[in-house]
Ligand binder design. Structure first.
Ligand code: GDP
Ligand code: MG
Length: 441
């Protein structure tokens, strides 16, 4: 798996520094293989990797993660994004009945899905009606009836013995049936072929035309891998669809089909099926699918932990420094940045009674000012940042010139820093924060 392959890179010491192009290329190569192994279509892999590389090359240096971990993190975030970010909700009509039509190849799991969807809709307070428009296979109607019974919902099907009915007709009549039965959602199950087939497409398109569904869900078996793209394109062009349902995710498919179908058709994935039972069904979660495609849930957890541990360490180190009045300008800058992100020191300050004012003052620094402060501090030598007391008049002049600001800006920053440091140390002492004893309640 990818995680095995990346283990050596991931074992580097953390905080190695800037991502080098070589690091990015090496990691991207491994990820490319992982995506191909997960059956993501080649053109989709190419576009994706290009996007990730671009972002990785422009990314900030993380101190919590090593370069490979950073690239993996970016890949994961981009995957989640491409898979839809947040789950898209089912579109239902303002005036019931809403119509949901299922389309897809034979065996993709449409009829099973009809039952799952019905059960799910009941759970959401709806009263669905299942409609049997697969009149091609002899036992398809019976299968839907069984599924409907299990889900505890009504099924509309052509009368037996009247010969083979016309699926378009059945679909059309089902709407009236739903109105009579006070069903607010109609789920139309359709026929599929083993391969893409013109007649099947035309029939599905005719049904769509006749009942004007609020959603047409393209049902696709996650196990078909690379074929998912051509099938999705055929259905997009032949019938059109508004959403995707992935089935058979309980198998060993890595789910690359999801990424391909989503990327190629631009339609969101709404649901995922992962078993033959009615309850093996859920709304689609992009983050879970991303980690499945990458096949490195453990690595992602490690990355998260590394980031959290780093935050924690920083917070503790900062707290100790605050209490002892040893805060440096470097810390000061970091904390301003952190407060803006509501990072560790923001939370820390928030826990101190009376610290609200301080926090507000820090939070009010706007981006422009912050850039300026950052430029000034960056213009100082490490020794000056560590020991701001040494920043005398001539040093201030040099810093101002170097960072393109006025001397008074440097003065203001240094003064503000000393004030903040004093205030924070006092608060820390007063509230028993960071030091032994003197705990007040
Ligand atoms: P249809 O031809 O599109 O209506 O597909 P069916 O609903 O009849 O499903 C075809 C086969 O796939 C049946 O044996 C189902 O039990 C099975 N099936 C459907 N969905 C899933 C799923 O999510 N996981 C698994 N393992 N099997 C499924
Ligand atoms: Mg079926």
């Amino acid at each position: 798996t990818l995680s095995d392959r990346l283990t050596s890179v991931l074992q580097n010491l953390r905080g190695k520094g800037r991502l080098s192009d070589a690091d990015i290329d090496a990691t991207a190569r491994e990820i490319r293989i992982a995506l191909l192994e997960a059956d993501v279509a080649l053109p989709v892999v190419r576009t994706f990797i290009a996007k990730v590389k671009e972002r990785a090359k422009g990314s900030e240096v993380s101190q919590a993660l090593n370069p490979a971990q950073q690239v993996v993190k970016i890949v994961n975030e981009e995957l989640v994004e491409i898979l839809g970010g947040e789950t898209r909700r089912l579109n239902l009509a303002k005036n019931p009945p809403s119509v949901i039509m299922l389309a897809g190849l034979q065996g993709s799991g449409k009829t099973t899905l009809a039952g799952k969807l019905a059960r799910w809709l009941v759970g959401q307070g709806h009263r669905p009606l299942l409609v049997a428009c697969d009149l091609q296979r002899p036992n398809a109607v019976t299968q839907l009836q069984v599924v409907g019974e299990r889900a505890g919902v009504a099924v509309y099907a052509p009368e037996p013995g009247n010969g083979v009915g016309d699926p378009v007709d059945v679909a059309r009549r089902s709407i009236d049936e739903a109105k009579h039965g006070q069903n607010d959602v109609v789920v139309v199950d359709t026929a599929g072929r083993l391969g893409v087939d013109e007649e099947m497409m035309r029939q599905a398109a005719d049904i769509r035309e006749a009942v004007q569904p609020d959603e047409v869900l393209f049902v696709v078996d996650a196990m078909i891998g690379q074929d998912a793209v051509t099938t999705a394109e055929a259905f997009r062009d032949g019938v059109g669809f508004t959403g995707v349902v992935l089935t058979k995710l309980d198998g060993d498919a890595r789910g690359g089909a999801a990424l391909s179908v989503r990327e190629v058709t631009g339609q969101p994935i709404l649901f995922a099926s992962n078993g033959e039972k009615l309850e093996d069904f859920d709304t689609f979660h992009p983050d879970r699918m991303a980690s499945r495609i990458l096949g490195m849930g453990d690595v992602l957890t490690l990355i998260e932990q590394a980031e959290q541990a780093f935050d924690q360490e920083q917070a503790e180190a900062a707290a100790a420094k605050v209490a002892s009045g040893e805060l440096t300008l470097e810390d000061f800058l970091e904390q301003m940045l952190a407060v803006r992100k509501m990072g560790p020191i923001g939370n820390l300050l928030g826990m101190l009674p009376g610290a609200g004012q301080m926090k507000d003052a820090l939070a009010q620094v706007d981006d422009k000012q912050l850039d300026k402060l950052q430029a000034i501090i960056r213009g100082m030598t490490p020794a000056e940042r560590d020991n701001p007391k040494m920043i005398n008049a001539s040093r201030r002049l040099r810093i101002a010139k170097g960072s393109g600001v006025q001397v008074r800006d440097v003065n203001e920053l240094v003064n503000r820093f000393f004030e903040a440091r004093k205030m924070m140390a006092q608060m820390a002492g007063r509230f028993g924060f960071g030091g032994p004893g003197r705990v007040s309640k």
